[in-house]
Design a protein around this ligand. Structure first.
Ligand code: C5P
Length: 236
């Protein structure tokens, strides 16, 4: 099992490219994340294949539906032997509790995947929130949904590095914080708005960093991974 806090986001359109990339990195140095595009294209077979390469897998499908539907989806996802999966906190307490409960009924009940919640998508602006009828600030809404996720039994939430220190303070040391929007320098942020370096995000309280293009787009991804792991190793 990898001790690395780095989760490489496999944002590839098909299994061929994803597997080719995975042969360039070592499961000791990272975990991997499979999202909607790759999973929709390739399905559970790809998960099985990547598990034979010894990678721990975060299945990022962000389930959001009625409690019964989400619970069944989470149980089936757990049976794929993934390491982490996620749901939307906006689905509410009943949905989150049902999802958590379903993991105790899966084949993996003795060693269930971590179940985390997406609070607010980082693409949501304060104007979007107002349009949805939510008058709280983004920060307050993220905190409210994170507290709800915790009290519904979830293991953690996805949050930006900027929110991490407040959430760590408010939700305690055992709540898992997973942070995307990581960049190795300020020069190329792609479409990410609120970026942070690996070192600063871990220092702020994040447990795991989701990193895509800075690693998948590098000519030597294994070298980049090693240097990221080195930059955060002193913070363990
Ligand atoms: O390439 P990059 O490092 O920006 O990839 C970040 C990954 O994390 C992408 O798969 C993106 O969809 C995901 N993500 C994100 N922001 C969130 C939740 C997930 O960037 N709030």
């Amino acid at each position: 099992m990898s001790k690395s806090r780095v989760i490489v986001s496999l944002d590839f359109p098909d299994a061929k490219q994803a597997i080719e990339f995975c042969h360039k990195i070592d499961p000791i140095h990272c975990k991997i994340k499979i999202g909607k595009e790759l999973f929709t294209a390739e399905g559970p077979k790809l998960i099985e294949k990547l598990r034979t390469l010894d990678f721990e897998i975060f299945l990022d499908l962000k389930y959001h539906d009625i409690p019964n539907t989400v619970a069944n989806a989470c149980r089936v996802a757990a049976d794929l032997d993934v390491w982490m999966l996620n749901i939307h906190a906006a689905g509410g307490r009943h949905m989150m509790e049902a999802a958590y409960e379903s993991l105790t009924k899966s084949r993996r009940s003795k060693n269930p995947p971590l179940l985390i919640a997406v609070t607010l998508l980082t693409s949501i602006s304060s104007d979007d929130l107002l349009e949805l009828g939510i008058t709280k600030s983004i920060e307050d809404q993220v905190l409210l949904l994170s507290k709800l996720a915790k009290s519904s039994g979830l293991d953690g939430v996805v949050c930006s590095g900027i929110e991490a220190s407040k959430l760590r303070y408010e939700l305690g040391k055992d709540f898992c914080l997973v942070t995307p929007g990581i960049r190795l320098d300020d020069l190329n942020s792609d479409d990410q708005k609120r970026i942070m370096s690996p070192h600063d995000a871990i220092k702020a309280g994040s447990n795991y960093l989701v990193i895509g293009r800075p690693i998948t787009g590098a000519s030597k991804p294994a070298d980049i991974l090693k240097s990221i792991n080195k930059s955060i190793s002193s913070l363990d």
